[in-house]
Design a protein around this ligand. Structure first.
Ligand code: C2E
Ligand code: MG
Ligand code: MG
Length: 690
């Protein structure tokens, strides 16, 4: 048994996972020195001539060759957490050599075979040195137990194993695998900061069963060695059978704990890693454990619009990015869908820093099937003991934190007990919203958009309203994100679009020609079916496409650029106008204005409301208006709350305004009265929208 110990700890995300192996060297160095000393003593005291003379030569050569094969074709065992281990099938042949060839031959064969394996696998020198040393000590222990119980000299030559020596030889074999497992388990325990007992118990029964079979083969090999090579060759069959059965069992175990699409751990492995991490922390609050849950934003859109193949490929690339961010430790798990989990052996600071590292690793665009996709994700962090003292609670709370991050759209969120209430409330609200669709609880309000020169109403923005039977009016900012995350948004938008266009048709029939603005959620922009649905709705109500403005946010535009370009240009080909809503609040670079053909900029109310008092706001609004006009775009100022602001905007060249001062969102009937009133007052019935 060997260990891929001492993984290079290279800072960043990986260093936050494994406890720094400060104590590893303090353990490895003395073991290596002791092993080297044992090796020298064994080599010096061995009478090399004795076993090589006589009939034992060929059987010995066979055992040496078999031990080599067993060593260089080891079985790889992956642990729930920490370094990988390998089980070699050389043990029976080394055990036979302990008696048939003497301790010197057995040690030399084992060490050379181990070094050959290390060279083949390009292992570092210190790993090789440790492996050679622990093997030397294991074989010396085997010979010590055997020679003591059998009453033969420690450095003596070949011993013929008959019935009377069976028990001493098997006892020697047990000592060999026992010392080997102990020395390796200590390295693993130090490397992953877990109690030794926990490491030894992990897979203990499986390991013991394999070794019992291998040692039995070894005892028979020692007995039949002198009968010649043919009998020994027969023993290879059971050895190969053990190898294959164990390999199959390991592979089966691997499949049961790993995700077949991405190759990372699955939900079960995540739970068992978290369980191990709780044991490792032993209540030390600085060692957590922490849990980072990561969920891709709008992944459903990618799946729905680009197909499952692209979705799968995207998930694979995401998993690869996360794995690369953590190094080659098997620490990333996919819980299902687009949700990933990483267990952290550390406290809050380590866990949140890791969450940020993981999100950062997804920042560069991903190339899938000729498309360049920008993937965004939200991460929830929960850390023991403050956010939960067991696996289930920590999982639940990290999940709640992750949903919070999605709602707040701010990347990472750390669990707080108050989210609990919110999460129950959120679920209730979502259920209520689902039920409200198609009832009078949901309706559309219209806010006038006014020509700032003629003061005439030239358009309206459709804004959804929800009159909840128990809570009263629920602001759209509270339920739109819920609808977005649950897929309900498609129905909501379809409802708003249909209602708004129906209302517009009535106004147009009454002789009022104005435009209707409808808000789109970011999700729709990657939906290739959207232009068709919009065309259908326009058709249904006989509305010319030029009368419809679809408002999209900067964040929406950035979500899946290639797709968004296609959807927006299809909408514009229909003749529908596109407005960039809340302009200035997103994180978009201005370059999209050049790339995308948009028609209108809506300056966000956060700049407009205060522009009379705040010089910075004033400058931002002034330059945005200038920019929009230079680019040939219509500019609409939102959030006009007083006359001075309206006049200032008009003087700056902004000709359309929206805000409480010009008119609050209201019913369709009220808008109709307003239009009639304007007409009676003699304001011209139609003015150009600039
Ligand atoms: P928005 O698209 O920027 O809509 C303008 C918001 O500003 C509306 O809030 C409106 O009531 C408010 N507002 C208008 N004038 C003033 C003013 O002078 N001062 C202040 N302080 N606020 C003003 P509302 O109706 O609460 O909607 C909030 C947001 O919810 C909207 O922002 C939009 O992003 C979203 N939303 C509303 N209806 C829909 C919808 O049907 N679909 C989608 N996807 N989103 C919607
Ligand atoms: Mg809007
Ligand atoms: Mg807005």
């Amino acid at each position: 048994m060997e260990v891929e110990l001492i993984r290079p700890i290279d800072g960043g995300a990986r260093a936050r996972i494994l406890a720094p192996p400060f104590f590893l060297l303090a353990y490895i160095l003395p073991v290596s020195c002791l092993g080297a000393a044992g090796f020298v003593v064994a080599m010096v005291n061995t009478d090399w001539a004795a076993p090589l003379s006589g009939a034992a030569l060929w059987p010995m050569a066979f055992l040496v060759a078999a031990a080599f094969v067993g060593e260089v074709k080891p079985l790889a065992v992956s642990r729930a957490f920490g370094p990988a281990e390998t089980i070699s099938t050389s043990a029976p042949f080394i055990l036979a050599l302990v008696s048939v060839g003497g301790v010197g031959f057995a040690v030399l064969t084992q060490v050379v075979a181990s070094l050959a394996d290390d060279i083949l696998r390009h292992r570092e020198f210190k790993k090789s040195a440790f492996n050679a040393a622990q093997y030397t000590l294991s074989v010396l222990a085997a010979r010590l137990v055997f020679s003591t119980l059998a009453g033969v000299p420690f450095f003596g030559g070949p011993v013929k194993v008959d019935m009377s020596l069976l028990v001493p030889l098997l006892a020697g074999g047990i000592a060999m695998v026992g010392v080997n497992r102990l020395l390796v388990a200590i390295v693993v325990a130090i490397a992953v900061s877990q109690p030794l007992g926990h490491i030894l118990r992990a897979d203990g029964a499986f390991f013991a069963a394999t070794q019992v079979v291998l040692l039995s083969i070894g005892a028979v090999a020692a007995n039949v060695a002198e009968s010649g090579i043919a009998f020994l060759a027969l023993l290879c069959a059971p050895a190969v059978a053990v190898y294959m059965a164990t390999d199959a069992a390991i592979r089966h175990g691997y499949q049961a704990s790993h995700d077949s699409l991405t190759g990372v751990g699955n939900r079960d492995l995540a739970f068992s890693q978290l369980g191990s991490a709780f044991i490792a922390a032993r209540g030390d609050p600085t060692r957590g454990p922490g849990l980072v849950l990561l969920d891709l934003d709008h992944f459903k859109d990618v799946n729905d619009t680009l197909g499952h193949r692209v979705g799968d490929e995207l998930l694979l690339q995401v998993a690869q990015r996360l794995v690369a961010a953590l190094g080659d430790n098997p620490l990333v798990n996919r819980l299902g869908g687009d949700e990933f989990a990483v267990v952290v052996h550390g406290g809050l600071a380590e866990s949140t820093a890791l969450a940020r590292d993981l999100l950062a690793s997804l920042e560069a665009p991903m190339r899938v099937g000729g498309l360049e996709l920008l993937v965004r994700a939200s991460a929830g962090v929960a850390v023991a003991p403050e956010h939960g003292n067991n696996v289930t609670t920590l999982m639940k709370n990290a999940d709640i934190a992750m949903y919070r991050a999605k709602l707040e759209r701010d990347g990472t969120s750390t669990y707080s007990p108050e989210f609990d209430v919110n999460s129950v409330e959120r679920l209730q609200l979502l259920a209520d919203l689902r039920a409200a669709i198609g009832t009078a609880e949901l309706y559309v309000a219209y806010q006038p958009q006014v020509d700032l020169i003629t003061t005439r109403t030239v358009g309206v923005e459709a804004l959804i309203r929800w009159d909840h039977p128990a809570r009263g009016l629920v602001p759209p900012d509270n339920f739109i994100p819920l609808a977005e995350n649950s897929g309900l948004i498609a129905e909501l938008t379809a409802y708003v679009l249909d209602t708004a266009l129906g209302t517009l048709a009535e106004w147009r029939a009454a002789g009022y020609d104005l435009h209707m603005a409808v808000n789109l959620s970011a999700r729709h922009l990657s939906d290739l079916a959207l232009p068709g649905q919009v065309a259908e709705a326009l058709d249904r109500h006989s509305i010319p496409p030029g009368a419809l403005v679809l408002e999209v946010t900067e964040t929406g535009i950035l979500s899946v650029p290639a797709r968004v370009d296609a959807v927006i240009s299809a909408l514009r080909t229909l003749g529908v106008a596109i407005a960039v809503d809340d302009y200035g609040t997103g994180h978009a670079s201005l370059s999209y204005l050049k790339r995308l053909e948009v028609d209108e900029l809506k300056v966000d109310k956060s700049f407009v409301s205060d522009m009379g008092r705040d010089t910075h706001d004033f400058i931002i609004v002034r330059s945005t208006i200038a920019l929009a006009r230079d680019l040939g775009l219509r500019v609409v100022a939102e959030g006009i709350e007083d006359e001075e602001t309206a006049l200032a905007l008009r003087d700056l060249g902004c000709h359309i305004g929206q805000g409480f001062h010009l008119g609050r969102p209201t019913t369709a009937d009220q808008i109709l009265l307003r239009l009639r009133d304007e007409q009676q007052r003699g304001t011209p019935c139609h003015a150009e929208v600039r």
